[in-house]
Design a protein around this ligand. Structure first.
Ligand code: UGA
Length: 445
């Protein structure tokens, strides 16, 4: 099928590549000239394992192409995926200006029956909004249908999540569009394509939920908000563990043995960040309040998370007393491992607080090498974890990169001024570090 994907961020690019890999003809468009130039030479502008290889393969086979011309993409496709950003405004309400702009362009360029698919997370009611804008901008009477088809991929595991999804959700009021979407995703639903055969770890069919567009939009927000709630819940329990002398690792394990609870998204730490959870929980809370349904749980989930990252700062104060002039090494800038994404990363909030308190901060991350624009001036980007730790009074681990699990902590202890470690992700071994002479503090252990 002929597909156009508008917006080449995480969701758009991975969707485009996935559809190309299963045999469709895909044009990915983006107004960002730099991104398109990079993609045209087979380079991926984001750090995502395995993605570049599949982009190159499909670019070379002609299954995927990249363009800045949105009108060209629309005119030459039957199915148009919208994957542009909807960043939060200060109220929590998502900014829909990019989405509206795309809908206008679709209206102006429509040259035959089209299916317009909302792939990125869009506010509840967007399917109806897009439909109205396209109609208002049409100067012909070509028909089109709108589909809500949310994406559930995780950064760092995006390729596998796209190829081997746990479910597909297709929300539409049009039977014709639903049937075409099922056909489009046929190889994914049946797990019958080359990449699956080569990497198969799941052979069963992927469940497909057909629903109305509003329910589909809510499934996405409610899923992300539920996962964020699990994390905030377990973080609150971790904080209680510290007060009463319990161990959150055992508590989580014991809870998780009940399959109704499970252990996934139950890792206590410094809280959730990234481009999705913070935006989506806020947006759902905004919508729930706007419609008078109440958002008590969602607001508590946000509140707990906002406080959680600063537990690390409190622990630093407990260990060091006055922070002014202390040297603090921070390991990790990305909001989680295996991505270079620093959007809403707890790390930057923590670093900014240490800087405000007068600390000398040295930061090391395995892939983030550019100074993030929202990080206050003054932190030093260290070229390796040992340079970051040299004469440090405290080492704070904020992102659980594999590299940090295998550092030479004996060497680190020797070069630090005082052997203090705060493990914001409970990923290091408390016993061996304590045996080595470190003052180790985790979260709830
Ligand atoms: C999240 C969802 O997991 C995806 O299903 C969804 O498609 C995506 O948002 C999206 O809406 O686009 P992502 O933001 O890439 O994916 O990252 P996650 O792996 O979900 O992690 C989110 C945050 O939760 C990270 O800051 C992570 O460190 C934190 N987390 C996760 C914990 O603190 N504890 C856990 O047990 C798990």
């Amino acid at each position: 099928m002929k597909v156009c994907v508008i917006g080449t961020g995480y969701v758009g690019l991975v969707t485009g590549v996935c559809l190309a890999e299963i045999g469709h003809n895909v044009i990915c468009v983006d107004k960002d000239e730099k991104k398109i130039s990079l993609l045209n030479i087979g380079k991926v502008p984001i750090y995502e394992q395995g993605l570049e290889e599949i982009v190159r393969k499909n670019r070379d086979s002609g299954n995927i192409s990249f363009s800045r011309d949105v009108g060209y993409g629309i005119k030459n496709s039957d199915i148009i995926f919208i994957s542009v950003g909807t960043p939060p405004l200060s109220t929590g309400k998502p900014d829909l200006s990019s989405l509206d702009e795309v809908a206008k362009l679709i209206g102006k360029s429509i040259n035959g029956y089209k299916i317009v698919v909302n792939k990125s997370t869009v506010p509840i009611g967007t399917a109806k909004r897009i439909k109205k804008i396209i109609k208002e901008n049409q100067d012909n009477d070509h028909s089109f249908d709108i589909v809500s088809n949310p994406e559930f991929l995780k950064e760092g595991e995006a390729v596998d999540d796209a190829f081997f999804p746990e479910r597909l959700v297709i929300g539409s009021e049009s039977k014709k569009a639903i049937d075409i979407m099922k056909e489009l995703y046929g190889p994914i639903i049946n797990q019958d394509f080359d990449y699956a055969r080569a990497n198969s770890h799941k052979k069963e069919k992927v469940p497909v939920l057909i629903t109305d567009s509003t329910s589909s939009e809510l499934i996405k927000y409610a899923s992300n908000s539920f996962l964020a709630s699990k994390i905030s819940f377990i973080n609150e329990i971790a904080n209680l563990c510290e007060r009463i002398g319990a161990n959150i690792l055992d508590v989580t394990y014991g809870m998780g043995l009940d399959t109704r609870i499970g252990t996934r998204f139950m890792k206590a730490g410094i809280g959730w960040g990234g481009s999705c959870f913070p935006k989506d929980v806020r947006a759902l809370s905004y919508t729930a309040e706007e419609y008078g349904a109440g958002a008590n749980i969602l607001n508590a989930v946000i509140h707990v998370n906002n406080q959680q990252r600063f537990k690390v700062v409190q622990k630093a104060m407990d260990l060091l007393g006055i922070i002014d002039d202390k040297v603090i090494a921070v390991l990790g800038l990305s909001f989680k491992p295996n991505t270079n994404d620093t959007r809403e990363t707890p790390s930057i909030a923590i670093i900014n607080k240490f800087l405000e308190l007068g600390a000398e901060v040295r930061v090391y991350d395995p892939v983030v090498k550019e100074y993030p624009s929202d990080m206050d001036k003054g932190a030093v980007m260290a070229s390796d974890p040992y340079k970051a730790s040299d004469k440090a009074d405290l080492l704070v681990l904020v992102t659980e990169w594999d590299e940090f699990l295998n550092l030479d902590y004996g060497k680190i202890k020797k070069i630090m001024r005082s052997p203090n470690i705060i493990d914001g992700r409970n990923c290091l071994c408390k016993k061996s570090l304590t045996d080595m002479g470190f003052n180790y503090k985790g979260i709830g252990i």
